[in-house]
Design a protein. Structure first.
Length: 556
């Protein structure tokens, strides 16, 4: 048992000890509690994997609960998107879908209890006055002039708040704790405010809403969550949550904090991501450059690669920055196993094989050398082809093994060709290569005796389909774009994060692919079919390149 404990992360160790000690009768129950005020991002993905993962490992349960306490910023759209993203990642909450709004009546009862026990009061101060009375981390706060209202007066005023008798912002309910506490959150925090806003679930039933800090912990208690897993920014909130548990005499959920996921060259602040969308820097929440689950999904990241990434980075007690290259490595590693290898030419030069007289034929190609069950396909071949411009050079350096004047190269799965003539336009740009092929050099049947060191990809000009490619670079040029006090994170936006190639040529078989399907373009990278594709013109998003910079860096 001791060896097993040493292999567990600190959260798993806590849970294992609780089970061993018979706490909660050995029961493990976690929850993933998003606020439905935006789309989930890679940081949420880590939390999802953690909450569902540890529950599964310890034969427990996980709730999906929406902490929907602010009707101004929340909507059903976000609820639906969150459920879709969690399912896409591969997790299932069964019939355990809950909402903090389900407990509004219970929260109100809790508030009444605190008032009756002399532990809460209605404050008429403005938000600015309350903030001023809070003091500073080194200076105690000051009591509100309304702090010593009688229980009867507080009950009457709070009932009036509930009945809609007062203007928004004119009154709040505060917990009566300790205005001299070194923890600023314990200095009589606001627990209810007036909001005349339509709620996505409760409609117009309520015009007072609990603050997040009053609803979150109590929701955990109502659901009898045994282990409330939160990121480190909630560490200072734990004493407040425990105070509520003690004073309300409710189920003692245990909060455990872990480090949030910080990725290099990435921001995960909802507010800043919304700014990117609103200012048109990205096309939307599902822009493939965004760190949202929807953006990563559209770009071609797989659920398995994200789960593997979350497991690889592990659970830490202190914040750090994870190299985004590790995420790209995990995506590449998974796609390498499951994607077919096909040919696409992104910057075409036409090749005319002057001695080819067969009209057309078909070349056999293995779909995925990592997966025998993927089978083979037949690729059309003709006397006119397209190759990529970077596979030809007029004046090549030494050890250049691709096509050059007078040089030979093998066409992938086809013949050896030799360049005999270079045709240029009026501006000196190469537009066509006239070549000859060697009929007895066909792949798998080569009896030519010719030796070549280079192999390049191609598509038949007579059969190729036109498509669009979108090539992505990192959205930010700085490793930590939102940590500079003197500059805005927008100052580090990469102006070249998206390159659109309007006209590429692909194998005709690719037009049988559907939105979301992934493929490896030979020697170019991994791509997936974008939702903007039509039957007349498909669009391919680059997922990741072939070069494994992260693994190479770590090997070195």
């Amino acid at each position: 048992m001791s060896d097993k404990k040493e292999s567990l992360n600190f959260i798993e160790q806590i849970i294992a000890e609780d089970i061993e000690n018979g706490k909660h009768s050995g029961r493990v129950h976690t929850r993933f509690p998003p606020e439905p005020n935006g789309y989930l991002h890679i940081g949420h993905a880590k939390s999802i994997c953690l909450n569902f993962g540890v529950a599964e490992d310890f034969n427990g349960l996980t709730n999906l609960r929406f902490d929907d306490t602010n009707p101004v910023t929340e909507s059903t759209e976000y609820v639906d998107s969150i459920k879709e993203d969690v399912k896409w990642l591969g997790f299932d909450w069964g019939d355990r879908e809950y909402y903090s709004s389900d407990y509004f009546d219970k929260f109100y009862e809790y508030a009444i209890k605190l008032i009756k026990d002399g532990l809460a009061y209605v404050d008429d101060s403005t938000s600015e006055e309350i903030a001023s009375m809070k003091g500073t981390p080194t200076k105690p706060g000051a009591d509100s002039p309304y702090r010593n209202r009688s229980v009867e007066e507080n009950l009457s005023l709070f009932e009036g708040m509930k009945a809609g008798q007062y203007e928004e912002g004119s009154k709040v309910l505060r917990a009566k704790i300790d205005m001299s506490s070194p923890n600023m959150l314990m200095r009589d925090p606001v627990i209810y405010r007036i909001k005349f806003a339509h709620h996505h679930r409760t409609g117009d039933k309520w015009c007072i809403y609990p603050m997040y800090d009053f609803a979150h912990g109590q929701s955990d208690s109502i659901e009898e969550i045994t282990h409330s897993l939160c990121t480190l920014e909630f560490e200072n909130h734990r004493p407040l949550y425990n105070w509520f548990i003690e004073k309300l005499e409710i189920f003692p959920s245990r909060q455990i904090e872990f480090a949030r996921l910080n990725l290099s060259y990435t921001i995960v602040s909802k507010r800043k991501l919304l700014q990117l969308v609103n200012e048109g820097i990205v096309s939307g929440w599902d822009d493939p450059r965004m760190p949202t689950i929807r953006g990563m999904r559209r770009r071609g990241y797989t659920p398995k690669s994200i789960r593997n990434f979350a497991e690889r980075v592990g659970i830490a007690k202190r914040d750090n920055i994870i190299d985004v290259g590790l995420l790209e490595f995990m995506v590449r590693e998974d796609l390498n196993k499951v994607t077919n290898r096909m040919m696409a030419v992104l910057d075409p030069i036409k090749v005319v094989i002057t001695n080819y007289d067969k009209g057309e034929e078909f070349m056999e190609s293995v779909n995925n050398p990592e997966d025998e069950s993927a089978g083979v396909r037949q690729i059309p071949f003709s006397g006119e082809l397209y190759i990529d411009s970077d596979d030809f050079m007029e004046e090549p350096p030494k050890k250049y093994f691709r096509l050059k004047p007078g040089g030979m190269v093998r066409l992938k799965n086809a013949y050896i060709i030799q360049c005999e003539d270079v045709i240029k336009d009026s501006e000196g740009k190469v537009t066509q290569l006239n070549c000859v092929y060697f009929p007895d050099s066909k792949s798998g049947e080569d009896t030519s005796g010719l030796k070549v060191k280079g192999t390049i990809h191609w598509v038949s000009a007579n059969h190729a389909k036109e498509a669009e490619a979108r090539i992505y670079d990192r959205l930010f040029m700085d490793e930590s774009p939102d940590t500079h006090k003197e500059k805005s994170f927008l100052d580090f936006v990469n102006p070249n994060s998206l390159q659109i190639i309007n006209k590429i040529f692909v194998e005709p078989a690719l037009y049988n692919y559907s939105v979301g399907d992934s493929v490896q373009f030979l020697r170019k990278g991994y791509f997936c079919v974008d939702k903007d594709s039509t039957k007349d013109k498909m669009v391919f998003n680059q997922t990741v390149g072939l070069r494994d910079s992260w693994a190479k860096m770590n090997k070195n």
